[in-house]
Design a protein around this ligand. Structure first.
Ligand SMILES: COc1cc(-c2[o+]c3cc(O)cc([O-])c3cc2O[C@@H]2O[C@H](CO)[C@H](O)[C@H](O)[C@H]2O)cc(OC)c1O
Ligand SMILES: O=c1ccn([C@@H]2O[C@H](COP(=O)(O)OP(=O)(O)O)[C@@H](O)[C@H]2O)c(=O)[nH]1
Length: 494
């Protein structure tokens, strides 16, 4: 019997990249399994550059293997020397990927089954060369939202239209005019090499056979239409976009490892419905000590209940390898804070089970750094947000969730001072989100929108939903396009 065609996934290592991409791959397979044309998944793993990422990925692979639901295999690529001189995370990751390109080419050309597609993470544009050389289709899996994709595709023409730095507002078709303070820092310094990376990425995405996005048509209709109509690419036809989300991995540790609910969940069990503000800044989120004090004062004065994931500053400060540490609460928090807020507040010093927390009935609002996965998870559970973006795509995501989706109320911050938020600003915004601050109308709107998006997200992934239909179109295209890769002289045999 001929070997099943395979989809080759090339994920980056962060939790916001690796897990959602595996989840999307599994959904593509499940979509085909109901037809006669089954596919398998082959995941090419670059060695992750931090101990935390290595252990996160190993844990996830173990859970996938234990769940054993789909035909998936993980192949390890050889290590490459990590660059030590670089100007930003995008450049650092892209250079690592570039060093992996020969290994990716050898691995793909060594496959003995037909390849339906190479599916590349946001940062893997250099691997488009492999797809061209081996004549296999390539798709981008965009782990951020369609707003960010629209900006990437639009960036080469913005470069021609806007001389000098951005001022006033920026035209991203499908979004209201975007103030430059909501652009990624990469676009704010046109002389930086990461600016060139942004434009290069935007241009090269046009070579892909399609772009799979972890969003739903109902969440970002305006930007998705703008991309499809060529309004982000000066009338040129962009690759077909497949909104297949929210692709949220809901697999957790096996029951044997969960003898009892997590301490954060047990604490939430004793709180009234919708009363707790949850604060979490993503897998890399860490804040300087002065900012931690401002948050503490703001929370204390707001009088609201809270669950705050507070991480410590990293030990290794190498760019890209910055992982937060477990916080020393006694050192970081203002004196007496824990005693004063006892019973109504919990500060958690290490990673917390974010999805379980957002799913809990006691949670009524989410202060988030606006990583795209965090936004999707908040909407999935119908929790309105207070956006506190820190880096990368997060400022634009914050803009999209306030001004596009409408499920968040804005938080005033000083971006020039490292996204600094004063206690009074936080207090005002928390009261506005959780109640007691007047302006209830705006809050109710965000809350209602979050609930509406919860229903829309859940419907999108059902059999009759838009993301399922998109996934079906994609799967048909993948099955139809499967080819044996050209065999190179440096192929690995698998
Ligand atoms: C893989 O490891 C890291 C990734 C990022 C990172 O950087 C980044 C830069 C941009 O100019 C645009 C981006 O879209 C982007 C995204 C990104 O990764 C995270 O992606 C998640 C899902 O897309 C999520 O949306 C998060 O907000 C992003 O931060 C940054 C980084 O260190 C700062 C990494 O180690
Ligand atoms: O304490 C934490 C911090 C993060 N996350 C998870 O890590 C992912 C973070 O992805 P996101 O895109 O929001 O941001 P990133 O961490 O990539 O900046 C999400 O699935 C979160 O649920 C978590 O479970 N616990």
């Amino acid at each position: 019997m001929a070997a099943k065609p395979t989809i080759v996934l090339l994920p980056a290592w962060g939790v916001g990249h690796f897990m959602p991409m595996i989840e999307a791959g599994k959904r593509m397979l499940q979509c085909c399994s109901s037809s006669s044309s089954a596919l398998s998944l082959t995941v090419l793993l670059m060695p992750a550059p931090t101990a935390q990422a290595v252990s996160d990925i190993a844990d996830h692979i173990r859970r996938e293997e234990e769940a054993g639901a789909v035909d998936i295999r993980f192949l390890h690529l050889p290590p490459v020397p990590l660059p030590t001189d670089h100007t930003g995370v995008e450049e650092w990751i892209s250079r690592i990927v570039q060093l992996h390109v020969p290994h990716i080419r050898a691995a793909v050309s060594g496959l003995t089954c037909p390849v339906a597609a190479l599916v590349l993470d946001i940062f893997f544009t250099p691997a488009l060369d492999v797809s061209r050389d081996l004549a296999v289709p390539a798709y981008v899996y965009f782990t951020s939202g369609a707003a960010m994709l629209a900006l990437l595709l639009r960036s080469p023409s913005l470069q021609e239209e806007v001389e000098g730095e951005f001022e006033g507002s920026v035209d991203v078709p499908g979004l209201p005019p975007v103030p430059p303070s909501f652009l990624p820092e990469t676009l704010l310094d046109k002389k930086s090499p990461t600016y060139a990376w942004f434009l290069y990425t935007g241009r090269r995405y046009m070579e892909a056979n399609g772009i799979i996005v972890n969003t739903a048509a109902e969440l970002e209709p305006g930007v998705l239409a703008a991309i499809a109509e060529g309004r982000c690419t000066r009338g040129a036809r962009a690759p077909t976009v497949y909104p297949i989300g929210p692709a949220i991995s809901l697999i957790t540790s096996p029951p044997a490892e969960q003898s009892q609910p997590h301490e954060c969940v047990r604490w939430l069990d004793s709180q009234p419905p919708s009363s707790v503000l949850f604060l979490c800044f993503g897998s890399k989120g860490m804040l300087p000590p002065a900012q931690v004090h401002e948050i503490a004062h703001g929370l204390e004065r707001s009088g609201h209940r809270f669950l705050w994931v507070l991480r410590g500053l990293p030990v290794d400060t190498t760019m890209g390898a910055r992982e937060p540490t477990d916080a020393n609460l006694a050192e970081l928090l203002p004196e007496g804070f824990l005693e004063k807020t006892k019973g109504r507040g919990l500060v958690w010093p290490t990673r917390a089970p974010q999805k379980e927390i957002l799913a809990h009935a006691a949670v009524g609002g989410f202060v988030t750094h606006c990583g795209w996965n965090s936004i999707l998870e908040s909407l999935w559970f119908g929790v309105p947000m207070l956006p506190w973006p820190l880096a990368a795509d997060q400022h634009l995501n914050a803009f999209a969730v306030v001004h596009g989706i409408g499920a968040a109320v804005p938080l005033e911050m000083d971006r020039e001072r490292g996204n600094y938020v004063e206690a009074a600003q936080l207090e005002r915004a928390v009261r506005s989100l959780m109640g007691g601050g007047g302006g209830e109308e705006g809050v109710n709107k965000a809350r209602e929108k979050a609930m509406e998006m919860k229903r829309a997200c859940r419907h999108a992934v059902e059999q009759s939903g838009s993301s399922h239909a998109s996934l079906q179109r994609l799967s048909e295209e993948l099955v139809g396009g499967a080819v044996l890769p050209k065999r190179g002289t440096n192929s690995y045999s698998f």
